[in-house]
Design a protein around this ligand. Structure first.
Ligand code: FEO
Length: 169
């Protein structure tokens, strides 16, 4: 059984994951309208990842006999300044999410909830991958100064990303 505090914090994270999903879907729409179809695809896959993260929390709360509380999703930004800016904002956002996951882990430790600690470790590891993947793309974009033939090739690469539900593997 989850403590009330643990349940509340896990529910807050469901909302944060849905906000992230909206954030990336909005980026996908922006990039699509800027003619960057590859980037739009990458962000759409990122959106799907965030939904899978939210659902993993959802399923866990139910599994532990808790109550899911789906709260309103606040509005997300809708305009950025090119692909470098998009990936800078993505990295900043993922660093923020890492902080949220660490806070959740702190709560699990304080509540002596060893099961939640074990569950949250998946997200701790996932965040390492998320930050590193985004940093790599950002470095590449900076190498080509976010323009010209280099941008064309990177955008083509971003178009190859496909959604794999890592919560199930
Ligand atoms: Fe749900 Fe991008 O971390």
């Amino acid at each position: 059984m989850l403590t009330k505090r643990m349940e509340k914090e896990l529910n807050k994270q469901i909302n944060a994951e849905y906000w992230s999903a909206y954030f990336y879907l909005s980026m996908s729409a922006y990039l699509g309208s800027e003619g960057l179809a590859g980037g739009a695809n990458w962000m759409r896959v990122q959106y799907q990842e965030e939904i899978s993260h939210a659902l993993k929390f959802f399923d866990y709360i139910v599994e532990r006999g808790g109550r899911v509380n789906l709260m309103p999703i606040l509005e997300v930004p809708k305009a950025w300044n090119g692909l470098i800016n998009i990936f800078e904002e993505t990295l900043k956002h993922e660093q923020k999410v890492t902080g949220l996951i660490y806070n959740l882990m702190d709560v699990a430790i304080e509540e002596k909830d060893h099961a939640a600690k074990s569950f949250l470790q998946w997200y701790v590891d996932e965040q390492v991958e998320e930050e590193s993947g985004v940093q790599t793309i950002l470095d590449q974009l900076k190498m080509v100064e976010g323009k010209g033939h280099g941008l064309f090739l990177i955008d083509k690469d971003l178009g190859l990303r496909v959604f794999v539900d890592s919560t199930k593997v």
